[in-house]
Ligand binder design. Structure first.
Ligand SMILES: [Fe+2]
Length: 248
């Protein structure tokens, strides 16, 4: 069984297409998306359609979470609460797809090579953000169960995204995996995703980190055509893989 785990597409269509074509080439049996399909780049709508069609499970990221809350506020006439930037993304996504995003689950879990494997966007309970160098206590929280979990059990393998930086850590008999970002990687510019490989009745398994080259200049051209909010920051991040500090 080969499971591809993608995340943080952020409306970058050339990156998503390159990753999907690589996944097909490697003949993954399942695709799981850990959220943040939307925002930042120009193609949120197209990215939603591809994830909806191609992925077996799609999880709600922090972008979907706050954008859906803003969408509700907008529908209640509380327009003063929504920034121009977020309104731009909501308009580009449209009502039908916003409803799809609202219904996405917080996490998913299954047994993989006999190990309870839980996948979520940032944290099993909320959207707290932890890095590979966060405290041990914080990283251990990522194995906790929550009201969103199916089993009230600590996970053996925790898989998340959110920080746009892929890594694996093992210790205390557990594995912590971050799958990185397809459309906005922040450690090297190639799109990132992970392939898990194993059988449930076999304890042996592998976690493979994929880095996929894609047409960055095409992604920039699309962003310019659409005139996305924070265009300068977006271009800089795609070309350098370094987080661009916005003025506010
Ligand atoms: Fe993200």
């Amino acid at each position: 069984m080969k499971i591809a785990v993608i995340s943080d597409i952020h409306g970058n269509l050339p990156a998503l297409e390159a990753v999907m074509s690589d996944i097909k080439k490697r003949k993954a049996d399942k695709i799981i998306c850990l959220g943040d399909i939307v925002g930042k780049g120009p193609s949120s709508k197209e990215a939603i359609d591809i994830c909806k069609k191609e992925c077996d499970i799609v999880i709600k990221g922090n972008w979907e979470d706050f954008i859906c809350k803003d969408y509700t506020a907008l529908n209640q006439g509380k327009t003063d609460k929504i920034s121009e930037r977020i309104a731009w993304y909501i308009n580009s996504i449209g009502d039908q797809r916003m409803k799809y995003l609202e219904a996405l689950p917080h996490s998913t879990e299954f047994y993989f090579s006999g190990k309870l494997t839980r996948l979520f966007h940032a944290h099993p309970k909320n959207y707290n953000r932890y890095y590979q160098n966060s405290s041990l206590e914080q990283r251990l929280e990522l194995f906790d169960f929550s009201d969103f979990s199916e089993e009230e059990k600590t996970a053996d393998i925790a898989i998340y995204a959110d920080i746009h930086s892929a890594y694996l850590q093992a210790g205390q008999g557990r594995y912590l995996v971050n799958v990185g970002s397809v459309g906005n990687p922040l450690e090297t510019t190639q799109a990132s995703y992970v392939i898990l490989e194993g059988e449930n009745d076999d304890p042996n398994f592998s976690v493979q980190f994929m880095r996929i080259a894609y047409d960055i200049e095409k992604a920039i051209e699309l962003a310019k055509e659409a005139n996305v909010p924070d265009l300068e920051g977006y271009i800089s991040e795609l070309r350098t893989a370094v987080y661009f500090k916005r003025s506010k």
